[in-house]
Design a protein around this ligand. Structure first.
Ligand SMILES: [Zn+2]
Length: 81
């Protein structure tokens, strides 16, 4: 039986359970809620994607900063020449 990680939407508890069908949602063992979310991610893939995404975000921030610096320099040169 395949087991999956679940997160309870009600109390945020994480637990592992096996399911018979992909659409099966076992009740949360902590609070009994049936609105649980199945974790789709494979840990290693997930962390590398997250890293790549945050690196892209950092690069976008740098681009914007560079753009601001360039704009400031052009304005400076326009006013001081
Ligand atoms: Zn719960």
């Amino acid at each position: 039986m395949p087991t999956y990680d679940f997160t309870c939407r009600s109390c945020q508890a994480r637990f592992e359970d096996w399911v018979r069908k992909p659409e099966d949602r076992p009740p949360c063992p902590a609070c009994g809620a049936t609105s649980v979310e199945r974790e789709m991610s494979v840990p290693t893939v997930h962390s590398s994607t997250t890293r790549a995404r945050s690196m892209r975000a950092a690069r976008r921030r740098d681009d914007r900063q560079q753009h601001e610096n360039m704009k400031a320099r052009l304005e400076y040169e326009a006013n001081h020449d």
